[in-house]
Design a binder for this molecule. Structure first.
Ligand code: NDP
Length: 295
């Protein structure tokens, strides 16, 4: 039996992390206790401390605590620093450490599943929350030619760019924009890192930006449908949801905690065979069958 792990957030009901990590453990003939810890805002730090004091091995952090986790850790790596957010916690010599595996998961999925080399690409990221912060650094490391962060609230996009420029991304080709100020851009890759799909919406950018571009939604399940469907209708070259990223970021955490490298593809395929739980506002809403490529 592997040492216990958990995901902490608010809410965490919808989280697929327990199923993913337990499927990884089964690949090695192991069982894993992986719990969902839903905590109130004020209880985050004490819940993390209690988990590790109680013998917990590793913890994933999800909304809305990733930035708090970054501020809490005593040691973080370059990816966590660039993101200003941590999604993976662990102890080393009694020191609480943190990293961010979201962006690595995305880059691996783009390269391995979609066969996209990324070098030289112009990237447009829609959204400026924790997820956007987590993916900029790894995309830059992957050799993209430039990244524009566009957001419904443009000031937040500027904050992301400023943070990254001051935390390891000095001199990198980064820009912040509003959705209606994208005229001169011709993105090769558009990443929807907004949570608009949870409300059955998609970011309102000019449709001509999507034509011919690769479009990737970080969301998965029913919440990914609005953007993926719209992008397909506008002539996107390739469309994908974020399920592969989700499983790959989990694989990074799993390997860090247990020292075992799991197989990702069988877990993605098993999840794709099932209707995924939606990240819908209305919990009584019936999940739709997941769709990947709309074209
Ligand atoms: P945040 O709440 O921090 O940010 C949400 C972002 O979405 C903001 O930029 C917000 O804009 C924007 N937004 C919300 N509604 C709309 C709308 N109707 N139109 C345009 N923009 C909108 O969330 P995160 O950044 O942490 O996460 C974003 C999504 O990515 C989540 O839904 C999460 O599930 C997913 N995710 C997936 C991962 C994976 O492995 N596949 C990993 C990490 C996250 P504004 O600033 O104007 O409010």
């Amino acid at each position: 039996m592997l040492k216990p792990c958990a995901v902490i957030g608010q809410p965490v009901d919808h989280s697929l992390s327990p199923a993913i990590h337990q499927a990884f453990a089964a690949q090695f003939g192991e069982t894993l206790e992986y719990s969902k810890l839903e905590v109130a805002e004020e209880d985050f730090e004490s819940a993390v401390n209690n988990f590790f004091k109680g013998g917990g091995l590793g913890m994933n952090v999800t909304l809305p605590f990733k930035e708090r986790a970054f501020r809490m850790v005593q040691k973080f790596d370059e990816l966590a620093e660039m993101a200003g957010a941590v999604n993976t916690l662990y102890l080393r010599c009694e020191i609480l450490c943190g990293t961010n595996t979201d962006g690595v998961g995305l880059v691996r999925d783009l390269r391995q599943t979609l066969h996209q080399p990324l070098d030289g690409m112009q990237v447009l990221i829609l959204g400026a929350g924790g997820a956007a912060r987590g993916i900029v650094g790894p995309l830059l490391q992957a050799g993209v030619a430039g990244i524009t962060v566009a957001n419904r609230t443009p000031a937040r996009a500027q904050q992301v760019v400023d943070w990254i420029s001051q935390h390891g991304g000095e001199g990198q080709p980064l820009m912040a924009r509003a959705f209606d100020k994208l005229v001169e851009l011709s993105p090769d890759l558009i990443i929807n890192a907004s949570s608009a799909g949870i409300d059955n919406k998609y970011p309102e950018i000019p449709a001509d930006k999507v034509n011919g571009a690769i479009c990737y939604d970080l969301l998965y399940g029913p919440a990914a449908i609005p953007f993926c469907q719209w992008a397909g209708q506008q002539g996107a070259r390739q469309v994908s949801d974020g399920l592969g990223m989700l499983v790959r970021q989990a694989a990074e955490s799993f390997q860090l905690w247990h020292g075992l490298k799991p197989q990702v593809t069988p877990v993605v395929e098993a999840l794709r065979a099932e209707p995924l739980p939606g990240l819908c506002r209305d919990p009584t809403e019936k999940p739709l069958q997941h769709r990947r490529n709309q074209k």
